[in-house]
Structure formats: structure tokens, C-alpha cells
Design a protein around this ligand. Structure first.
Ligand code: NDP
Length: 242
């Protein structure tokens, strides 16, 4: 039986590449969506792999409880979680509103608690689980205009390290992947002159590809990665080394 992977925000830029790569590696794919149902159905229809899609607001605990009920009814279990859903609401600190702060913290960080809380027990009972949390280089180094995002993404790795310690004796690994700037809509939405300045600061002189993040995630989801837990894997073209 193929293992079952749940990818939050699987319909987005990096999420789609992650779903594709995990499907190529033989996983059954479940993706959450946040957009209107028609849009998510259209996404699923144009992929060359089969994905079961479920609505979920990852920042809302009750919505994640509903997700659990539906996913377990249809699929029985979840073996791999990729906490990928995320947003930015950038502004200089003094211009950042409480709503911008809260939206980013709840979507990027509360979401890990909300989603993992639904499936972690099942993983520990079965003695196998892979949790992969998508952070960001800006959670490692900080970024002006992103006090909210940098805080949430730094928190992601704290979550990873703590939950990794709880899962370690039960066959559940928990790891962080910290991408640098990847050529998705999120980054292409940055003003071109600013984006070009960003690329100048990346030693490989290009944006990363979603497929490169997907490959890293797929490795961490594999049986071969059983000895890696609590790690923060950087995939940033040399932009930040630690
Ligand atoms: P996208 O905007 O393409 O994808 C984000 C996904 O998250 C979308 O499917 C979006 O759904 C979903 N989402 C947003 N809010 C919620 C919510 N409340 N509940 C459920 N789903 C939600 O972004 P990327 O693919 O670029 O980013 C994916 C992850 O990678 C994010 O965590 C991001 O922070 C991280 N990252 C991205 C980098 C980049 O350069 N692109 C760099 C470093 C990290 P919808 O579209 O319907 O809103």
C-alpha cells in the first residue's frame, strides 16, 4: 500500500511541485486548498497525478479538525505531513498592523500546531511518520519589512525541534526545510527592481526552482531519511549559511 502524504497549500507554487514529486515517488497525494472549490478542482484536473483535495483553513483549529475527520474517513491515515501553506503581509515594523501580524503568525505558525495535532497520534501509534515544515531563509536571518514572517518562520523550526524530540522514539521524524527565494507567484509579485536586487545577493545568481524544494522534501519523506530529525535544511543558493 502506498504511503499517504498530506500537503497543506498543495495547490500553490511550491506545494504543486511537492505534490508532483511525492506522487512520482509513489505517495498517495492529499492536498488542502483555501481558494474557491472550483479553482481547486481546476488545479487537480490539470495535474498529471491524482490528488484528493480538501478545503482547510490551516490557521483555524476547527477547520483542521474537520479536515482530519474527512481525510481519515476517506484514507484511513496520514503518513507524511508537509506543512507548506503560508502567506506574507509585508510592511516596515511601524506600518505593520496587528491584523498583518496575526494573519502571518496564525497561517505560518499556528497552522503547524493545528494540523499536526490531528495526525501525530496516529503516526506514533503506527510507528511511522514524516513531518516536514516549510520555513524560510528569512526565518533564519531576519528580514526588514517581515517582522511578522521572520518571527513565524523562526518559530517553525522551534516547533520542529521540540516535536522531533517527542516523535523520535516512535518512528516519527520532524524536519524543517528553509527555502531561499524561489520563483513562485509569491516572489514574482515582488517589484522587479527589488527582485533583481535580491537575485544579486544570491551567490548562485538565480532564484530557486520549486522542484528543488520538492526534491528536498521528498528525500526527508523517504525511508532513507529515517536518521534525520530536528534538522533545518537550507535550500537557498548560498544566500545564508549557518
Ligand atoms: P503560494 O502562495 O504559491 O502557496 C501558498 C499556499 O498556501 C497556497 O495554496 C495558499 O492557498 C495556501 N494558504 C494560504 N493561506 C492559507 C490558509 N489560511 N489555509 C490554508 N491554506 C492557505 O506560495 P509558495 O508556494 O511560494 O510558498 C509555499 C511555502 O513556502 C510558504 O510557507 C512560504 O512561506 C514558503 N516559502 C516560499 C518562498 C518563495 O520564495 N516562494 C521562500 C521561502 C519560503 P491560496 O492560494 O488559496 O490562498
Amino acid at each position: 500500500m502506498s504511503k499517504i502524504a498530506l500537503v497543506t497549500g498543495g495547490t500553490g507554487g511550491i506545494g504543486t511541485a511537492v505534490c508532483q514529486r511525492l506522487a512520482d515517488n509513489g505517495f498517495t497525494i492529499i492536498s488542502t486548498y483555501f481558494e474557491p472549490e472550483e479553482q481547486a478542482k481546476a488545479w487537480a484536473a490539470k495535474q498529471n497525478f491524482k490528488a484528493s483535495i480538501y478545503p482547510c483553513n490551516v490557521s483555524d483549529y476547527a477547520s483542521c479538525q474537520e479536515l482530519k475527520a474527512k481525510v481519515l474517513a476517506d484514507h484511513g491515515q496520514v503518513d507524511v505531513i508537509v506543512n507548506n501553506a503560508g502567506i506574507t503581509r509585508d510592511a516596515r515594523f511601524l506600518k505593520m498592523t496587528p491584523d498583518m501580524w496575526r494573519a502571518v503568525i496564525s497561517t505560518n505558525l499556528d497552522s503547524l500546531f493545528n494540523v499536526c495535532h490531528q495526525f501525530f497520534e496516529g503516526m506514533t501509534e503506527r510507528g511511522f511518520g514524516r513531518i516536514i515544515n516549510i520555513s524560510s531563509v528569512n526565518g533564519q536571518k531576519g528580514q526588514s519589512g517581515q517582522v511578522n514572517y521572520s518571527s513565524a518562520k523562526a518559530g517553525v523550526h522551534g516547533f520542529t525541534m521540540a516535536l522531533a524530540q517527542e516523535g523520535v522514539s516512535k518512528g516519527v521524524t520532524v524536519n524543517t526545510v528553509s527555502p531561499g527565494y524561489i520563483g513562485t507567484e509569491m516572489v514574482m509579485a515582488i517589484r522587479e527592481d527589488i527582485r533583481n536586487k535580491i537575485i544579486e545577493q544570491i551567490p548562485v545568481k538565480r532564484l530557486g526552482k520549486p522542484e528543488e524544494i520538492a526534491a528536498t522534501v521528498a528525500f526527508l519523506a523517504s525511508d532513507d531519511a529515517a536518521f534525520i530529525t530536528g534538522a533545518n535544511i537550507s535550500a537557498n543558493g548560498g544566500q545564508f549559511m549557518h
